[in-house]
Design a protein around this ligand. Structure first.
Ligand code: DX5
Ligand code: ZN
Length: 213
């Protein structure tokens, strides 16, 4: 299992040190939650802060857009050379066009699905993406309770991926901890995002990250 700690749960008073610490402590990706106060009822970080994160991170960035006007935000964050940019299918009228735009910038395109969205919603664009992000909470906040229906969704998506695009990865985001990670692994999930579990672990980030692998 690959592990992408969400910096949303980091101490923003020492964000640079926090990002360095998770990278040194074994994370695979640095998950950056971008919220605009419109698509979701929360507002987080923009390019000024992400430029600092990008400078100190020794692991690739995984940018999760939870915004309206996706194309505008892709242009804002592309200069930081992220590995992935994911956008929500619920908020995009022209997902195929946006996927092409992200790829043309040298970034791996990914699509995020809210808890209510079936995997079949992306069947005809699955071949064009490198990752699908399944939300296991409602997007907007860290520290929420895991929604277990994501397990069945991941299994259905895995079957579709095997048929249409075997290299595509499945990422699950929200409420992930050392209790539910094994059932996600069995369902075919490749990457877990974990915010409050990693940054709230009293035994340290390395212990938390290792317990999810
Ligand atoms: C929620 C974000 C998640 C969140 C994860 O909208 O996309 O990445 O920060 O945090 P935890 O692991 O605390 O649910
Ligand atoms: Zn996220």
């Amino acid at each position: 299992m690959l592990v992408a700690p969400s910096i949303l749960s980091a101490d923003f008073g020492k964000l640079g040190e926090e990002v360095k610490a998770i990278c040194e402590d074994g994370c695979d990706l640095v998950h950056v939650d971008v919220m605009d106060g419109h698509f979701v009822p929360n507002l987080t970080i923009g390019p000024v802060v992400v430029s600092t994160v990008a400078k100190v991170a020794s692991r690739p960035l995984d940018i999760h857009l939870m915004v309206e006007n996706n194309a505008f935000f892709v242009d804002l964050f592309a200069p930081f050379d992220p590995e992935y940019i994911s956008f929500h299918i619920e908020e995009e009228k022209h997902p195929h066009r946006l996927i092409q735009k992200i790829r043309s910038l040298g970034i791996k395109p990914a699509i995020a699905l809210n808890p209510h969205t079936p995997p079949e919603a992306i069947e005809f664009i699955l071949a064009d993406v490198d990752m699908v992000l399944l939300m296991s909470v409602n997007p907007g906040f860290g520290g929420q309770k895991f929604i277990p229906s994501v397990v069945e969704k991941a299994k259905r998506l895995k079957a579709m991926i095997t048929k249409h695009n075997p290299n595509c990865l499945i990422e699950v985001d929200g409420g992930v901890n050392d209790n539910n990670v094994s059932i996600l692994k069995e369902a075919g999930v490749d990457i877990v995002v974990a915010g409050s579990f990693v940054f709230g672990e009293a035994k340290g980030y390395a212990h938390a990250i290792a317990s999810l692998k």
